[in-house]
Write a protein of this length. Structure first.
Length: 319
């Protein structure tokens, strides 16, 4: 029986070997620990290199999931961990993360309290430039809004662990591309399970450093988050994730206004998004604070663009 199983989804990311190295370092003297890497449609070259690496590591299993998205890959790992390894605790990190020396011990200490069903940890940044620094600052602001609660309503699969009983009771992640972790956090909270934050459960995450690509990702993420409405009751989402309905049109006039807002956001995005990376870095050279203000403002516009496009039934490919 494996007490703790760590699950890592990966797609064409060579950094996963660094994640595995860090896990092997902290687990060298740990019995009953296993690691599952789930490849999610990587190129043949990337998969071959990963397969060769995993074959040389003790306690590492490489699985393949053809279903699109990291949540489908995590679900594949969960089922294997529960059915084949009889895991008691399932932990999750991303392929671009490096765990700290205290990460594994902190998870074990958290579950010494039998009332704790799940635990989320702290994510620190590996930052290549000021764009990456700003992304970490924004992440800290966002997660700080819910990590202070005694029972968390949100989680982040970048750094998360849960008892096997959580998945047996709550089920798997929804088969969506975006937003699966925030919905899962809401789901386990709605079932009365205790999910906590543990500051000592630290890992390091390489933050994106190209603002242009990051803006495109934010548009797609905010658009894709609305896929949750295909799987969940509206009242449930309105209670736990009300931000998903911020731009839901209330009548013809409101929808017409949204079309106007979308038009200006789309034009602005087409022009400014191409130069935002350079603009932000130039501003940050004069003032890091002003650079962050600009970063937050343009990120907010990207998020609004994705949200509004969904409610106007505009295809994601057209954004």
């Amino acid at each position: 029986m494996c007490k703790i199983v760590v699950i890592i989804p990966v797609k064409d990311d060579q950094r996963v070997t660094l994640a595995l190295d860090s896990l092997m370092a902290v687990s060298a003297d740990q019995d009953g620990l296993a690691i599952i890497v789930v490849d999610n449609n990587s190129s043949e070259e990337s998969y071959s290199a990963l397969r060769d690496y995993c074959c040389k590591q003790r306690g590492v299993t490489l699985l393949v999931e053809s279903g699109e998205g990291s949540y489908a890959a995590r679900n594949r790992g969960i089922l294997y961990a529960l059915n084949e390894l009889q895991a008691q605790i399932l932990a999750f990190i991303d392929s671009d993360c490096i765990v700290s020396k205290a990460w594994l011990a902190s998870i074990k200490e958290a579950f010494e309290d039998q009332s704790v069903a799940a635990v989320s940890g702290r994510s620190l940044g590996i930052n290549r430039n000021n764009i990456a620094v700003y992304e970490q600052m924004l992440y800290d602001e966002i997660v700080g809004e819910f990590l202070g609660e005694p029972r968390l309503k949100r989680i982040d699969t970048r750094n998360f662990a849960a008892r096997s009983s959580v998945f047996e009771s709550a089920g798997l992640f929804l088969p969506v591309k975006f937003g699966g972790d925030m919905e899962f956090g809401a789901r386990i909270h709605s079932l009365g399970m205790v999910s906590i934050y543990r500051r000592e459960m630290v890992l390091y995450h390489e933050n994106p450093w190209d603002l242009g690509r990051l803006l495109v990702k934010r548009v797609r993420q905010n658009y894709g988050n609305h896929e949750l409405q295909n799987y969940c009751d509206t009242s449930y989402l309105e209670s736990y994730l009300p931000h998903l309905f911020r731009y839901r049109p209330a009548g013809f006039l409101h929808k017409s206004t949204l079309f106007v807002r979308y038009f200006f956001l789309r034009v602005d995005g087409f022009i400014e998004f191409q130069f935002a990376h350079t603009i932000c870095l130039v501003i940050s050279k004069f003032s890091r604070r002003l650079g962050y203000i600009y970063f937050k403002a343009i990120m907010s516009r990207a998020c609004r663009l994705g949200d509004i496009a969904f409610f106007l039934n505009i295809s994601a490919r057209q954004i």
